[in-house]
Ligand binder design. Structure first.
Ligand code: 5RP
Length: 218
């Protein structure tokens, strides 16, 4: 079974979490794209979505799913998003697609975060996937030097601008033993918008697609 088929399995299993009449918070990425396509088949049962990226917004709108501004809604009952890595505590590295800041905001504004991924994303220790850090452009070199002091090897994601008009440093060489501590340390560097660790607020549910089916971890 291909990774994409496993992503689709996870996306399908996540549909069970969609209650009638709700607004769904939507992440970004290829796994979420499968979920959005499936959401299109039950769109009359939900009120709409709040989106974490221009890409997800375009996909939702193409399926005629109403997209609301976060400021126009209250607490979101359910947030669905993928991940680049998850440990067994459901602490994540996200941001491979560069949408980490809006993803973190919507995850924070949501009651339940269901993460969907193929089984390869589950790891014992976070950090093999380079940790994305969104930075204000003028601060990029300064932030990079501070990340080196924390033991990382930041690499500028050239030619990429986030939906917020910022840049990304992909941080290699980290073996993240204390994810929540590192999340706070990096976010405290002036010029950092946010980093891709979702550890202070991990996912609530992780659904992993595998050749044996979708496995749910709480
Ligand atoms: C985007 C993300 C994605 O959730 C993450 O990169 C996983 O992507 P995919 O579902 O394509 O494997 O954090 O910013």
């Amino acid at each position: 079974m291909s990774p994409d088929e496993m992503k689709k399995l996870a996306a399908k299993a996540a549909l069970e979490h969609v209650e009638p009449g709700i607004i769904v918070g939507m992440g970004t990425g290829s796994t979420v794209n499968h979920f959005i396509d499936l959401l299109g088949t039950i769109k009359s049962k939900i009120e709409g979505a709040v989106s974490s990226s221009e890409a997800s917004t375009a996909r939702l709108k193409a399926l005629n799913i109403p997209v609301y501004e976060l400021n126009a809604v209250g607490e979101i009952p359910l947030y669905i998003d993928g991940a680049d890595e998850s440990n067994h505590y459901l602490q994540l590295i996200k941001g491979g697609g560069g949408a980490l800041t809006r993803e973190k905001i919507i995850a924070a504004a949501s009651k339940k975060f269901v993460c969907i991924a193929d089984q390869s994303k589950l790891v014992d220790i976070l950090g093999n996937f380079p940790l994305p850090v969104e930075v204000i452009p003028m601060a990029r070199s300064y932030v990079a030097r501070q990340i080196v002091k924390l033991g990382g090897e930041p690499v500028y994601r050239e030619g990429f601008i986030t939906d917020n008009g910022n840049q990304i440093l992909d941080t290699h060489g980290l073996s993240i033993m204390e994810p929540a501590k590192l999340e706070g340390q990096i976010n405290n560097i002036p010029g950092v918008v946010t980093n891709g660790l979702f550890a202070i607020h991990p996912a609530d549910v992780l659904i992993l697609g595998s050749p044996e089916g979708a496995k749910t971890i709480y």
